[in-house]
Design a protein around this ligand. Structure first.
Ligand code: GN1
Ligand code: MG
Length: 358
């Protein structure tokens, strides 16, 4: 997209150049540059996924104002920038909302961690972010996608979609469908934990962590679009999903996916150091459940979309969502196979008698 295609070019400073940024599945993102280099990130909030996109931009302001007050947060924050008319958000004719935030210079994002230290850093940042959200009451942040991590509801919807899917698709995905039929009670188990609802990130994957270009240390948590009431287990779960094995979300050789215990240990250490003080005992004790939960839920989401002809996640080839499903299921199986070992690793990192051994 060039500047002329932005529905409100007059709202951007003169001589602004736009460059598309790839990364997220859902929203459009562009880097804005002027004479002095990149200065802002412009985003189009997808109105199909976020039914009320202005709630997303309102939430951003609420979250930013809450976090910016915390001098010891230990994270850089992309600040909201008003358009030339003074507004922080703009709706276009398609119903999408547009917003700008400051560009964090000298940072980079990655979808691949090749060192346990990277896992530690990412989890530390996500943990700090979670701790920073403490004190923001769940009522003050709109639930922009109701039931976002309600996997029981997602399972019920899957059953509808599966029933209506073409016989070809049902046949192609038969093993994956069978696997989910055999495993979905995990979603009931998570619900039965009655974990505290707090404001959490809800998409705490590696790609949403920024690292400092000079030190390699994690310095920011981005993509606050799904920051809303939920469970801390979901954030730990997404960290494990994206960092515990060196494999992309759409790995084409899922049989090669292997959990790296030292990465998992680093995730436990980082997350507990960053968020430990705000987590309840029940949350801490069930963190591993969060990893199983989010990985299986992500498989369910990809499979639902495959059967529904890719209406949610953009795909690069027709079976992309089935490939993603297989890779998430392979990861889930690996996590389950290693359950005892991972449980021992987590337990060794949990605080004893309220004194953290980190
Ligand atoms: C989507 O748009 P993106 O890449 O930040 C999705 C997450 C998934 C993720 C999988 C609103 O996030 O829930 O975990 O893809 N976001 C939404 O990579 O559905
Ligand atoms: Mg996201």
């Amino acid at each position: 997209m060039n500047k002329l295609e932005f529905p409100y070019p007059e709202l951007l400073p003169a001589n602004t150049r736009l460059k598309p940024l790839s990364g997220g599945h859902i929203n459009g993102t562009w880097l804005l540059s002027a004479g002095g280099g990149p200065y802002a990130v412009l985003q189009r909030i997808n109105p199909v996924v976020f039914r009320r996109p202005l709630e997303v931009t309102d939430n951003y302001l609420t979250i930013y104002r809450h976090l910016e007050k915390q001098a010891d947060l230990g994270l850089r924050l992309p600040a909201p920038i008003p358009f030339s008319n003074g507004q922080f958000a703009y709706s276009d004719e398609s119903g999408a909302a547009w917003r700008m935030t400051t560009f964090l210079d000298n940072t980079y994002a990655t979808e691949h961690a090749d060192r346990a230290e990277t896992a530690y850093e990412a989890a530390l940042a996500a943990g700090r972010f979670l701790a920073g959200l403490e004190g923001l009451s769940p009522e003050s942040v709109a639930p922009v996608i109701p039931g976002f991590h309600d996997s029981v509801k997602r399972w019920e919807r899957f059953l509808e979609v599966e029933r209506l899917a073409t016989p070809e698709k049902q046949a192609a995905a038969a093993p994956e469908i069978r696997f989910l039929y055999a495993s979905h009670q995990l979603f009931d188990e998570i619900r039965a934990l009655h974990l505290p609802q707090r404001v959490v990130h809800n998409d705490a994957k590696l790609a949403n962590i920024l690292f400092d270009g000079a030190t390699g240390k994690a310095c920011a948590v981005i993509d606050w679009d799904t920051v809303m009431p939920g469970s801390a287990l979901a954030d730990f779960g997404d960290l494990v999903r994206s960092l515990a094995a060196e494999a992309p979300e759409d790995a084409v050789n899922p049989e090669r996916i292997a959990i790296k215990p030292d990465f998992f240990d680093a995730l436990c250490r980082g997350f507990l150091k960053g968020a430990g003080e705000v987590l309840s005992r029940a949350e801490m004790d069930n963190l591993l459940q969060g990893a199983f939960w989010l990985t299986l839920e992500q498989a369910l989401r990809f499979l639902t979309d495959y059967l529904e002809n890719n209406v949610y996640y953009p795909v690069q080839y027709p079976d992309h969502n089935l490939v993603r499903t297989r890779s998430q299921l392979a990861l889930f199986r690996q996590l389950k196979e290693q359950e005892d070992r991972l449980h021992a690793i987590l337990s060794a990192r949990l605080p004893v008698n309220n004194r953290a051994r980190l």
